[in-house]
Design a protein around this ligand. Sequence first.
Ligand code: MSP
Length: 660
Amino acid sequence: MPRRVYFTTPIYYVNAEPHIGHLYTTVVDDTLKRFHRLLGDDVYFLTGTDEHGEKIAQAAEREGISAQALTDRVSGLYSSAWRTIGIDFDDFIRTTEPRHKRFVQEILAQVHAAGDIYFDEYTGSYCVGCERYLTQTELVDGKCPDHKTEPKQVKEANYFFRMGKYRERLIAHLEANPDWIRPERYRNEVLAFLRAPLEDLCISRPKTRLTWGIDLPFDDRFVTYVWFDALLNYVSALASPTGRGEDLRERYWPVCNHVIAKDILKTHAVYWPTMLMAAGLPLPARIDVHGYWLAGDSKMSKSLGNVVRPLAFDEQFGIENLRYFFFREMKFGSDASFTYELFIERYNADLANGLGNLMSRVATILAKKGGVIPARPAEGEAERALATLAAEVVRDYPGAFEARQFHAAVDGVRRLLAAADGYINEQQPWRLAKEPASAAELDRVLWVGLEVVRLAALLLSPIMPRKCREILDTLGERRALDGSVPFAELSAWGGLAAGFKLGEVPRLFPRIDDKRLAEVGVEAAPVPAPAATEAKPAKAKPAAAEPSAPAEPITIDDFAKIELRVGQILGAETVEGAKKLLKLAVEIGEAKPRQVFAGIRAAYPDPQVLVGKRVILVANLKPREMKWGRSEGMILAGSGEGRLAIATFEGELVPGDRVS
Ligand code: MSP
């Protein structure tokens, strides 16, 4: 029976660019959406950005720009990064949008009218990093345990939400619904927290202190506390979905499944349900809580310089391979460690030597005898054993997904692939291929090998949608993965397209050599840069190359040969071993951002200030292979004696627009 599900990610703060922690939650939702679609379910997926509050106001102030400009820029970085790497969200909400502000004000007015919001004076310890007051018991040596900073002592008159009033009802809900928060230890954590009396929640900030927020509808001297505003996105986006005239609340709100990390458990499992109770709305169906990705064994943080950027990773190693790593490596609920070395190890073992190798071994032998997939053969004991294992893996896969035991689901596929590998080693098709009398036996072995590849690609398709689609297409498995063909039919042993002639088999998982790390500049030992690749800002040269003075005037046709495009810098980083270069990821509306090495480091010692800037890219410049990678264009900069600045735009241009 088709079901209905609504998945949400947290809406991400726009004071920092996306990193692979944000990517993980977003990929979990994307994968769940694809999994449910494969089963024929009705599924909706929301993500977005959280744009109000002190944290954002302070970040904008530090950069010397307006909060609106900061939020527009960083929100754009999130949405374009997700689009570039193929995240299939149905809506992207920004809390500065009118549809959201209107909804927040409606709810505030309603809860206020019902008597659950009152005015009072309050003194407390406020942590800007957490954007909430911390209780005395939460402080460690007087500091916030997460941000290691002393909270501000704030004393002011504010509006309060009667959160404490809903404590018993919330406990009863948790007790009656043991699966509401998963895994169980997070449910226990919330229950333990609720054992103590629950304080009311301060839900306003006086405009004398903060203006960047949504006005309280009943007192415009105050703006709304950012969490009271942000949490409502999950419903406001359904009330007025982008590009659709209908209200989706009735259809999706009752089946809402939040996916969050452990850092925001309290706001989602205590603030949010009590807010909904006060507003007379049903609670979400489920809260799934995952752990943290650590860089090795330390926290990922911009200041520690160990964050991994999704778009950069995509360029270096391919985002789908990272998606696989995410699910193979993290036990949902626990922390996991990301290092490039571990990623490469897993990739080589499971994808290059596992799935990729099985496919190419079998396909190469088949290609030598015409490349046509044989008919389903008569099966002997060895084949029946594999078919039984495949049926078990297929049977357990949906359950593992439902329980968010993604690593167990992936383990099943790995077991199947390992068994198929053992089968091929035993049957030795390369030997059978040399004996004309063994033709039927050879057909059987090749058929079995390809059927396992087909099933593995089908099961992994929610995790690696593009690569798996390619594998399935190569095998002639053209059936849609959108529920139009029942999953039971797709996943039944024997579905291989007999008679289909294999074309060229793509090398989807080439082995990654350890040297690759140095090549892409990850933890590479410093190497001296060839002088020719570095522009010299001190001598006032442009960004990536030295223009030669034209000998004679050029015509407009000469000029027209240069294709100039509006580009947006999505990522900017220093290059190990090249003192003057920055590596930029520049979006110009193509499938992938361009990688550009520009000699502008002296003018931009903190490359992060470039992120979001719109620049002029010479788009048809011949790409140049450099020691650190390929440079795919050049950005324009102005310069004078000891001065250098990139050319940027005012006004509403978007990446890919022409410049002339
Ligand atoms: N704006 C709030 C959420 C409001 S939701 C109504 C917020 N934003 S955030 O930008 O800090 O994002 C936090 C979330 O990002 C985590 O809950 C998690 O989903 C994801 N992650 C950020 N860093 C992460 C890791 N290192 N590891 C795993 N997930 C991480 O909190």
